[in-house]
Design a binder for this molecule. Structure first.
Ligand code: ACO
Ligand code: ZN
Length: 160
């Protein structure tokens, strides 16, 4: 039998428990159910899940913010903030993260964002490699960003 590829689609509220489970398994930064639902209600186009045979493989959720462009785009611009992305350990290195980010970047453009950014732990080599592959660049370091004291890189990408 041929293996069917995973499905990429927008988050729906029924996905909440499954997505919160991926978040708990994969990341030390966890959030309340209100936080997930609020991001979904405000920015449904950038909350994407990957699913295969009824099982969740990964997700990305984002927020659109307004701020000064640090990329020479002039004045106040809309920015797409990748709040959280994760892929289950058994589903990694199959391009799932790359696929959910690319779909979320399209959603950011739908919201008229001119650039995308995120914070990542300075020791998180898989994630930093992923973002570099997608042409994000390190723009600065935030000392002690995480609650355990670790520093973050802010990584940024222009949206065309
Ligand atoms: N080592 C080196 N490079 C990597 C690795 C790794 N372990 N994982 C991904 N990459 C790079 C590679 O260039 C890869 O391309 P290749 O496989 O052709 O070499 C490219 O990223 C794309 O990889 P994907 O298969 O799309 O990535 P994956 O689906 O495995 O998910 C992720 C990557 C999300 C970082 C996953 O490892 C994960 O969930 N980690 C734990 C959670 C996490 O750290 N999330 C990011 C936190 S920062 C934030 O949320 C803003
Ligand atoms: Zn952030």
């Amino acid at each position: 039998m041929e293996s069917s590829p995973y499905e990429l689609r927008k988050f729906v509220p029924n996905d909440l428990q499954g997505i919160m489970q991926i978040n708990r398994v994969c990341l030390p930064e966890n959030y309340t159910d209100f936080f997930f639902i609020d991001l979904h209600q405000r920015f449904p186009e950038t909350f994407i899940v990957a699913e295969e045979k009824g099982k969740f493989l990964g997700y990305i959720m984002c927020r659109i913010e307004v701020g000064l462009s640090n990329m020479g785009l002039g004045g106040l611009v809309r920015k797409g903030h990748v709040v959280s992305i994760a892929v289950m350990p058994q589903a990694r290195r199959r391009g799932v993260a790359q696929a959910v980010i690319n779909k979320a970047l399209e959603g950011m453009k739908y919201y008229k964002a001119k650039q995308a950014f995120l914070e990542v732990r300075v020791t998180n080599e898989p994630a930093i490699s992923l973002y570099k592959k997608l042409c994000f660049e390190i723009s600065r370091t935030i000392n002690g960003y995480y609650s355990d004291g670790e520093d973050a890189y802010v990584m940024t990408k222009k949206l065309s």
